[in-house]
Design a protein around this ligand. Structure first.
Ligand code: FMN
Length: 334
């Protein structure tokens, strides 16, 4: 019997922005939140064990209150560490915990977690239970459709049914299998073909499970179509590289009466945030490396981005200069 979780709050998250190492830090999430007030945002993957032993937990866990709804993604395979990490996630105020069973990197798989865990459903179930039993947050999972030779539909079906019994509230499925040997993580995001049909069959055969699909979504209309079959759509690389192309999420997916926001509006609205960051003697590039991606597909976009990047990397981008350059964008209508 599959547990009915159709009333879960997770159902509200029709669109999410994927966890991406070195991309979805708090600064990127602040930018993305200006673009959609509704999409569920994720942290980068945090290894549960590192969280237990670090002497700088804040670095991993701190976030801005504006980032809600926010899911924290954990990697690991030790229920004891995950249990402690789950308590911390709750104490810090996250909205959800997501468990990574999709990362194919050799470092991650050498630790026997990430995508390699798809071969060990009982272990995954123990990890989920450990987190569920130690916090009140929804616990969700992100995984692939298979790994190596473990790629039959029946194994995938058994996997999600088993894990749902442990209390998993949503399944985010990257619709590709992963090759744990022979392909690096980047290749594993491109070479194995996308198989939306398999994820659709999984949803058809398990209608009460919340299933979010991931992989290859590049525009809002594709998401609108996808939502006819799936409970949610997760957007990764396209949201990172072209954030502003997603400025219709609130309007077209959630029915909010929001006007499309411009790049200059976003930058101006982030000025206090950037000022605050600089006052702490931190680098403007921490934020600008993400921010430059919102200026694209407009005349002289590359020049604008290069200008900001050079000044920012050199450490000579003042707030006044950023305002001047952004005013130029605004005067051009962007
Ligand atoms: C730079 C980068 C880092 C990633 N890091 C993570 C991660 O930390 N956790 C995770 O579950 N997936 C990670 N992914 C995979 C994405 O979440 C997503 O599953 C994948 O990019 C496919 O979605 P897309 O085609 O919309 O990009 C990463 C992807 C990229 C490009």
């Amino acid at each position: 019997m599959v547990r009915d979780i159709s009333n879960s709050i997770s159902k509200l998250h029709k669109i999410s922005i994927a966890p991406m190492m070195d991309c979805t830090d708090a600064h990127f999430r602040m930018i993305m939140r200006k673009i959609s007030s509704k999409a569920l945002l994720y942290t980068e993957m945090i290894v549960a064990q590192s969280l237990i032993y670090t002497d700088n937990r804040e670095k991993f866990l701190n976030f801005n209150k504006e980032e809600h709804p926010l899911s924290i993604q954990f990697g690991g395979d030790n229920p004891e560490y995950l249990k402690e990490a789950a308590k911390m996630a709750q104490d810090w105020g996250y909205d959800e915990i997501n468990f990574n069973v999709g990362c194919p990197s050799s470092r991650v798989c050498a630790g026997n977690f990430g995508a390699s865990l798809m071969n060990y459903p009982s272990k995954v179930a123990r990890c989920i239970e450990a987190m569920k039993n130690n916090c009140n947050l929804p616990v969700t999972i992100k995984h692939r459709i298979g790994v190596d030779n473990n790629d039959s539909f029946s194994n995938l079906n058994n996997f999600v049914r088993h894990i749902s019994q442990a209390g998993t509230e949503r399944f985010t499925i990257h619709a590709r299998k992963a090759f744990l040997k022979g392909l690096n993580p980047k290749e594993n995001r491109n070479i194995p073909p996308l198989r939306y049909d398999i994820v659709k069959r999984l949803k058809d055969e398990n209608p009460s499970l919340l299933i979010e699909i991931n992989g290859g979504f590049t525009n809002i209309n594709q998401c609108i179509d996808g939502l006819k079959f799936f409970d949610g759509i997760m957007i990764g690389r396209s949201a990172y590289k072209y954030p502003l192309r997603w400025n219709e999420i609130d309007n077209k997916i959630y029915g909010e009466k929001s006007l499309p926001i411009k790049a200059s509006d976003i930058i101006f609205s982030l000025i206090p945030y950037i000022e605050n960051h600089l006052e702490k003697k931190k680098k403007s590039w921490d934020i600008c490396k993400h921010l430059i991606n919102i200026v694209e597909s407009i005349p002289n976009a590359k020049k604008w981005r290069n200008n900001i990047s050079l000044l920012s990397i050199k450490g000579s981008l003042s707030i006044e200069k950023l305002i001047t350059l952004t005013s130029e964008l605004k005067s051009m209508g962007y």
